[in-house]
Design a protein around this ligand. Structure first.
Ligand code: ADP
Ligand code: MG
Length: 606
């Protein structure tokens, strides 16, 4: 049929792109603050109202934009940070996709103002849904200010998914906290509904910013770490093992100053703390990894939260070895500028022979690769002066790996590193990881995967549903019925299509696709019970983990089942595909490791 296909309008394209980049107010703050930092700002002021739903303003004192650039910055794929495809592999800025400003503009009312240092005046553009409505001269100080009002005003479906003001604001504050850790020399201010929430002075030293943000007590129980091997460099602070937490949320990891939640890095950190922490507990750590930009691909995630390393195993082991012992709180375990084998050049230049000293347009493009050049590392007070590290011998951490061309492919995942030896009692997968013997509880693993999948689906589009062949009619108890009435819409996002008939009865038409249909009634009642427990006015977010634990633990099929090697491999690969950074369901461990030493001990061989 002729004429059925047509090119989408620019505005619609931007709205679609916004779906990827702009999830919630915090993603707007992230993009704007990153732009300010890329523009070499010494100060960034973030002002929000109602969790960012009604107002987000980000003001900086950076290089600003001239008239032409101001207009260009709103075009899709317009960026000053990338000139050709080679630049993708030598990125030194936080941004590079040239999508943020047009995407945000498409779904909001925006006032974009900027003034370059040597211009007499600035310019202000007023936009609505991405269209420029007004252009005015602006009497502003040098720098850039972006003001966003009524986010998603033209996309009601998106707006509906926003959480309470408090939750949305928490995401914003969380982001600022993380970025502020990696830019200690920048002053950050955060205001919410007229109150000042963060006010961070410019710091000469990273340690001061860390202390400022984590608090003196935690900071006092941390050890400064710094180590360079070849072109890999790590700096940071590792908490002692008694600082452990229930989740991985206090492990702050950065690659070339970009905050990431990366499975490989997290695994490496945990490996560094192996045998130091109680099971299912996580350390507090602030870790900056620096390596030449061409060794890491940051373009694998629209919001750039994940990265891919060229030499995964090397990076993994470097981090794990550097952290080993850091949690023990002995000065000897501290590594300070101990350059080791393969020490080629100061990491500060990140010279790979082809990286220009300046970015494509002479902008402040080397900020990201730049270490905290002026920052001398300090020891937390309690430790006194640090003796140079008596380098403890690097631990043997490498799992045995096949040689040959498949090696790289095998390194893709972390659980998939393990060699499968067999299955025990149709319940446990027996594996070898390096020198260690690992038992994986297949049912617990399934639950964990189910839990993480449900959570990920919920975050993205809402939990995937599956229609029931026969709708199920239920009579509810008072509490359940109230919870149902109050959370109908959220139940929809949790994967349940339920209609209330009043009178405490309801009909269920669809349930989460991951669930065992036999158990629908039990699971729904459980979920309602959790929702009923919620304090009035608090958001579903607060109970999410509990809800998903309930769902995963009743709903997942497959316990006590013989698995083929292929199925076991698939299960381990699934473990790799879930986000281990998210909160773990408190419960039984998914796997247990035995070190060679432990096993030799059992055989009285030591
Ligand atoms: P990206 O950051 O990926 O380049 P954006 O859409 O976020 O894409 O921004 C487009 C361009 O606008 C940037 O490359 C930069 O040149 C300019 N820009 C955006 N924000 C600022 C700012 N706060 N200060 C100076 N220039 C800015
Ligand atoms: Mg940007």
């Amino acid at each position: 049929m002729a004429g059925a296909i047509h090119i989408l309008s620019e505005t619609l394209c931007n709205q679609i792109a916004a779906g990827e980049v702009v999830e919630r107010p915090a993603s707007v703050v992230k993009e704007l603050v990153e732009n300010s930092l890329d523009a070499d700002a010494g100060q960034v002021v973030v002002t929000v109202e109602n969790g960012g739903k009604s107002l987000i303003r980000v003001e900086d004192d950076g290089i600003g934009m001239g008239r032409d650039d101001l207009f260009l910055s709103l075009e899709r794929h317009a960026t000053s940070k990338l000139a050709d495809e080679k630049d993708l592999f030598r990125l030194r800025t936080l941004g590079f996709r040239g999508e943020a400003l047009p995407s945000i503009a498409a779904v909001s009312r925006m006032v974009l103002q900027s003034r370059m240092k040597d211009s007499m005046a600035g310019l202000a553009l007023h936009l609505e849904g991405g269209e420029i409505k007004k252009t005015l001269a602006a009497g502003i100080p040098p720098g850039t200010s972006v003001e966003i009002r009524n986010l998603f005003f033209n996309i009601p479906a998106r707006k509906k998914f926003l959480k309470t003001d408090a939750t949305e604001f928490a995401h914003i504050a969380d982001f600022l906290f993380r970025i502020a850790l990696s830019f200690p020399a920048v002053r950050f201010l955060l205001h919410h509904n007229g109150r000042t929430i963060l006010n961070l002075a410019r710091q000469q030293e990273l340690s001061h910013r860390v202390r400022e943000l984590l608090g003196g007590e935690v900071f006092g129980a941390m050890t400064a770490i710094r180590r360079t091997v070849g072109d890999l460099e790590l700096e940071g602070f590792a908490g002692s093992s008694d600082l452990h937490r229930a989740t991985a949320a206090a492990i702050y990891t950065y690659v070339n100053r970009r905050f990431v939640r990366d499975r490989l890095i997290q695994h490496a950190v945990m490996e560094g703390y192996r045998n130091l922490l109680p099971r299912q507990r996580y350390p507090v750590a602030v870790i900056f990894l620096r390596l030449p930009p061409d060794q890491v691909d940051v373009n694998v995630h629209p919001a750039k939260r994940e990265v891919r390393f060229r030499r995964q195993r090397e990076v993994h082991d470097f981090i794990a070895e550097t952290l080993t012992g850091a949690g023990r709180r002995e000065p000897a375990a501290t590594w300070l500028s101990g350059r080791e084998e393969g020490d080629r050049q100061p990491a500060a230049t990140f010279s790979t022979g082809e990286v220009p000293a300046e970015g494509p347009c002479g902008g402040p493009d080397d900020r990201i690769g730049e270490p905290f050049s002026t920052l001398a590392f300090e020891t937390p007070a309690e430790y006194g002066a640090l003796a140079p590290a008596a380098a403890s011998p690097p631990r043997e951490t490498s799992p045995s790996l096949p040689c040959g061309p498949d090696r790289e492919a095998v390194l893709q995942g972390v659980f998939s590193f393990m060699r499968i030896l067999g299955q025990y009692r149709r319940s446990y997968i027996v594996c070898q990881d390096g020198d260690e013997l690992v038992l994986v509880d297949q049912h617990a693993a399934h639950e964990r995967i189910g839990f993480e999948r449900l959570k990920a689906q919920f975050r993205e589009r809402g939990v995937e549903k599956q229609e029931l062949l026969l709708p199920l009619v239920l009579d509810l108890e008072f509490n359940e019925a109230t919870a149902l009435e109050e959370h109908l819409e959220e139940l929809g996002r949790l994967g349940f299509d339920v209609e209330s008939y009043g009178n405490r009865s309801c009909v269920v038409r669809a349930v989460p696709a991951l669930l065992d249909q036999e158990k629908v009634q039990t699971v729904l009642r459980d979920v309602l019970e959790e929702l009923a427990d919620l304090e009035t006015g608090s958001s579903l977010d607060d109970a999410l983990d509990k809800v998903f634990i309930r769902m995963a633990c009743h709903g997942m099929v497959r316990a006590n089942q013989a698995l083929t090697v292929e199925e076991m491999k698939a299960l381990l690969a699934d473990m790799d595909s879930i986000d281990l950074n998210s909160h773990c369901p408190h419960g039984r461990p998914v796997m247990i490791r035995f070190s060679l030493g432990e096993i030799e001990g059992m055989f009285l061989r030591r």
